[in-house]
Design a binder for this molecule. Structure first.
Ligand code: NIG
Ligand code: FE
Length: 395
């Protein structure tokens, strides 16, 4: 690699044991008493850490192609939401769907990710907005983690938009704090709390109240921040030591400074930027100047990013946002791990970390960012368990 932030170790071996990386070193120094149950000669292929998609809304029902058409005719995302479309239209479809239906649909999407070397996938709730239906979404997410060769992380995004049962956003936040959050904590169904801070979502003050409740329940936070306007969401997230602030197109320099101080990751979602035909670019150079780590994700969801194409998100982070290919690759690996608080477990090839690996038929990792072709994945492993490459329906 030209940029040594990604190391290149030619003619090296990696040994896994008990689902973890046990040894990495030159071929000539492989410990002689190693008696592997299986040995793979990579024959010049590149072994990389499994990719991590740290921000998806994978579980939903329904289709919003008509909104795409309306936006092409000039209607804004906010106007569609105000008319009861947008997030609420997916809420209606998701509430009506059974766990089995949601599982079947989400499994197909998850398989697209697996076929691109993704070994960790984050899934948010937020298309239920009642206790019962938020739990339904999170249980489906948990089940995917048990049935697929994929590490699943789960976020409670009950504060996604105001559900029809409520007329006051304050009352709904109270309900999340008093009813939904405690039950999710009790059933251990989410690793963090998320919120959509925006005119079509919740105010900074409501966000702070929710974050305080998350803190009281010892749950980390993440935030959909500054996507359509600057409400200083990323700064608020950083004040609460959020793992990440996501979208961040409108984030101000003062918020970026706060993110740098708190170690909050900027999660870039270029597919949503593209799909909404946004023009406000995230402050990439300011993130760089202040040393804020940048992650890259698909934001897979039915409204603003109906895409399971992880490698395209990496490509768009470079083509649309100007990340170097190395930055995009770090955004899909170690910085995505940081956004999930899992940087000691996944995201790099290091002894002691989980054996989440992907073997690629490439000459150089930047090809994974540069090409717009089917993913040249030879093999992947999730916690040391071998997954077969699968046909990717989306690419
Ligand atoms: O990340 N920004 C809020 N949530 C999603 C969009 C949800 C939707 O439109 O269904 C996002 O872009
Ligand atoms: Fe999102």
């Amino acid at each position: 690699m030209t940029n040594d932030r990604i190391g290149h170790l030619p003619n090296h071996a990696l040994i896994t044991q008990n689902q973890r990386i046990a040894w990495i070193g030159p071929d000539s120094e492989v410990p002689t008493k190693t008696n592997p149950t299986e040995e793979i000669n990579a024959q010049g292929a590149w072994l990389l850490p499994g990719f991590i998609d740290c921000h998806t809304h994978l579980i939903y029902a329904g289709c919003r192609a008509h909104e795409f058409e309306a936006r092409l005719e000039g209607k804004s995302y906010q106007a569609i939401c105000a008319e009861g479309g947008g997030i609420l239209s997916t809420v209606n479809a998701t509430r009506s769907a059974t766990e089995a239906q949601l599982t079947e649909e989400a499994t197909k999407r998850a398989q697209d990710f697996i076929a691109q070397g993704v070994t960790t996938l984050d899934i948010k709730s937020g298309y239920g907005l009642t206790l019962e239906s938020e739990l339904k979404m999170l249980r489906v997410a948990q089940k995917l983690g048990e049935t697929l060769l994929l590490r699943i992380t789960k976020g409670l995004l009950a504060a996604h938009t105001l559900p029809p049962e409520f007329t006051s956003k304050d009352d709904y936040i109270d309900h999340i704090i008093a009813v939904i959050l405690p039950e999710v904590v009790k059933e251990n169904l989410a690793e963090y709390v998320d919120c959509f801070t925006e005119s079509v979502g919740f105010t900074p003050e409501q966000t702070r109240r929710l974050f305080q409740a998350a803190r009281d329940n010892n749950l980390p936070i993440r935030l959909h921040a500054d996507q359509l306007s600057n409400l200083e969401g990323a700064g608020i997230a950083a004040e609460f030591h959020a793992l990440s602030a996501d979208h961040v197109e409108y984030t101000s320099e003062s918020s970026v400074k706060k993110m740098a101080q708190s170690g909050t990751v900027a999660v870039l979602l270029p597919t949503a930027f593209y799909y909404l035909r946004e023009t406000q670019l995230p402050p990439i150079q300011t993130f760089r100047d202040h040393g804020v780590p940048m992650a890259v994700s698909t934001d897979c969801n039915p409204g603003t990013s109906p895409s399971t194409n992880f490698l395209l998100a990496l490509n768009m982070a470079s083509t649309l946002f100007g990340l170097t290919p190395t930055e995009s690759l770090l955004g899909g690996t170690i910085n995505a791990a940081r956004a999930l608080g899992l940087q000691n477990e996944i995201g790099t090839l290091e002894v002691g970390k989980s054996a989440d690996l992907a073997l690629w038929a490439i000459d150089h990792p930047s090809q994974l960012v540069a090409r717009l072709q089917s993913p040249p994945l030879l093999q992947s492993w999730s916690s040391g368990n071998r997954g077969l490459p699968q046909q990717c329906s989306s690419i």
